[in-house]
Design a protein around this ligand. Structure first.
Ligand SMILES: Nc1ncnc2c1ncn2[C@@H]1O[C@H](COP(=O)(O)OP(=O)(O)OP(=O)(O)O)[C@@H](O)[C@H]1O
Ligand SMILES: [Mg+2]
Length: 223
């Protein structure tokens, strides 16, 4: 039997994403084949416009590929109805974006309890503690950008999600803050067994101990 670390938790098989506008055809993703092991930490590095956000939306089942399959737990999600895909999102996938998209009128705890299947303040506090944020009653406009990202990372874990997708989570941060967020994610990968897939256009982030992928013109090269 395969060890858990050898198990392809997420697999992309020959993924293409083609957007058609009135007189333009854009190949946002072309022929992507790669897999991500359970409990692995993966960084996809690529320049602006290479397809990182498109890839994250496809991995997060927010969009379907034009061609190809996204397998999660060996299950092909690409031909499932959106209702089934939504239940996979709810049960498995947490997402973090470059800008925090916390709800401005809610404090940190309430931002976490809102998406919970059943609201649990103690769990919200425990998660916030895990990401190093203990000003539980702060509102987003009282937080630094780094603090907001910490709260977003905690929010991505509220329903015991095991796959966390992050689209340029450090893109708006200074290098010191970016380093702190990366250290946090590495720690959570190890302590919580999270599978992490993160995009960035900052080559320096691939210095961290992780699986490195390079994205160029809509396709992925494993480093
Ligand atoms: N909904 C859409 N309709 C048409 N074209 C799109 C759409 N979404 C993305 N694209 C195009 O697909 C390509 C990849 O875009 P994407 O946003 O995925 O790149 P990115 O690597 O995330 O860029 P950035 O680093 O600037 O965020 C770009 O040419 C973009 O214009
Ligand atoms: Mg993007």
């Amino acid at each position: 039997m395969n060890e858990p670390e050898d198990y392809a938790y997420v697999e992309l098989n020959d993924i293409w994403k083609i957007y058609k506008n009135e007189d333009d055809v854009i190949h946002a993703l072309s022929r992507i084949n790669c897999s991500f092991r359970e409990c692995s930490f993966n960084i996809i590095v690529g320049p602006s416009g290479c397809g990182k956000s498109t890839l994250i939306r496809i991995l997060g089942l927010l969009e379907t590929p034009s061609l190809g399959e996204v397998l999660i737990n060996c299950e092909n999600t690409s031909d499932q109805p959106q209702k089934i895909r939504n239940s996979i999102i709810r049960d498995e996938i947490g997402m973090v974006f470059q800008s925090s998209n916390l709800i401005q009128t809610l404090n940190a705890i309430d931002n976490l309890t809102l998406p919970m299947l059943s609201s649990d303040n103690k769990k919200a506090k425990d998660l916030l503690k895990k990401v190093g944020f203990t000003d539980y009653n702060k509102f987003p406009n009282e937080m630094s950008l780094e603090e907001e990202q910490r709260v977003c990372i905690a929010r991505a874990m509220v329903n015991n999600h095991s796959l966390i997708l992050l689209d340029e989570p450090t893109g708006a941060l200074h290098s010191r803050e970016a380093y702190e967020i990366m250290q946090l994610l590495l720690g959570l990968n190890r302590s919580e067994g999270l599978t992490i897939i993160l995009t960035t256009n900052n080559k320096k982030l691939s210095q961290f101990d992780c699986n490195k992928f390079e994205m160029i013109d809509g396709t992925i090269l494993k480093k």
